[in-house]
Design a protein around this ligand. Structure first.
Ligand code: UTP
Length: 308
């Protein structure tokens, strides 16, 4: 069966970005000039997805409005002949989007469960806004290509530093069926490095078969007292094959403040309008910081000599 549908959970509390996320979904925070959720929607469309469901909580209106026509703004831009801006505003409206509300943020698994009626009996993709992915073939398309060969659920994974395993769902791999496509023994949510079965972390793109829903319906809360998608996938893996596809492209983690700043800078450095100014600014800032660092080191070594 063709994979046509994608689910984007966007109902989390976004506590790592408070107070910015007090009244606004973190998925609307922009990287330079584009909300992160728009990058995700673009990846879905570039992967051949036809229908997208966004699971929202608070801050739902701005997401809906962002993907809706804004006639007043369009008229204004047209009158002023600002055709480039008009194109940017219009290109977000031509998407088959649906919305559903997750009334309480009980976890990622619970958010995905809200998509049951939308998905029906089809395979589908889950895409998280915390990770922006870049590769020659979009990651969601890579998972869809795998599904077309295996007809099985496939979860995207990527090698992470060993000390970071407790931030991710981690797989216990059981050999490769082809280059980069792993059989999986088990999926473990946020294991401490001492007990982590590998360094292969789940990274925010999942291709799932619809059998995941009956598992989610009966799942007890797991880590952090939340309904964990990773736990449901582990159970699914006991009744049907679930593979893991290793992503070799570039991942931008925009789920926390530092990752978000880094991504903003990297995207700014290729943005046609600001890349030159930004590069110049970073070089100046770098030399200022270096001077400061050298100054601190000189003061420190003088102090050390005095103390001796
Ligand atoms: P995160 O745990 O990264 O998002 O969930 P969060 O809870 O919003 O962020 P922090 O940790 O408080 O800063 C991953 C994705 O799952 C969605 C989030 O919106 C995010 O895109 N999610 C999470 C839901 O839709 N519902 C939930 O109950 C939990």
């Amino acid at each position: 069966m063709k994979v046509r549908k994608a689910v984007i959970p966007a109902a989390g509390l976004g506590t790592r970005f408070l107070p910015a996320t007090k009244a606004m979904a973190k998925e609307m925070l922009p990287i330079v000039d584009k909300p992160t959720i728009q990058f995700i929607v673009e990846e879905a469309l570039n992967s051949g997805i036809e229908d997208i469901l966004i699971v929202t909580g608070k801050g739902k209106r701005p997401i809906e409005d962002h993907f809706d026509a804004n006639l007043e703004l369009e008229m204004n831009l047209k009158e002023k002949g600002k055709n480039d801006l008009l194109k940017l505003v219009e290109e977000t409206t031509d998407v088959n989007l649906h919305f559903i509300r997750q009334s309480h943020p009980k976890g990622l698994g619970h958010a995905v469960l809200q998509a049951k009626a939308f998905v029906g009996n089809e395979p589908f993709v889950v895409m998280l806004g915390d990770d922006l992915m870049e590769d020659r073939v979009p990651l969601s398309k890579q998972l869809i290509d795998d599904y077309e060969k295996t007809h099985a659920s496939t979860i995207a994974v990527m090698k992470v530093p060993h000390e970071d395993t407790s931030k991710y769902g981690i797989i216990n791999p059981d050999g490769q069926v082809e280059k980069g496509l792993y059989n999986v023994n088990s999926f473990v949510e946020k294991p401490e490095p001492e007990v982590a079965p590998s360094d292969l972390a789940i990274i925010g793109r999942y291709l799932l078969t619809p059998e995941i829903f009956s598992i989610l319906e009966n799942l007890a809360p797991g880590a952090g007292d939340e309904i964990q998608l990773t736990d449901a996938i582990d159970t699914l893996n006991k009744t049907q094959r679930v593979f893991a596809r290793e992503f070799k492209g570039k991942r931008f983690d925009v789920g926390d403040k530092f990752g978000f700043m880094r991504t903003s800078i990297e995207y700014g450095l290729v943005h046609p309008q600001i890349k030159d100014d930004l590069a110049e600014f970073i070089i100046e800032l770098g030399s200022e910081l270096n001077q400061k660092k050298q100054g601190n080191e000189t003061t420190k070594s003088k102090k050390d000599t005095k103390e001796k």
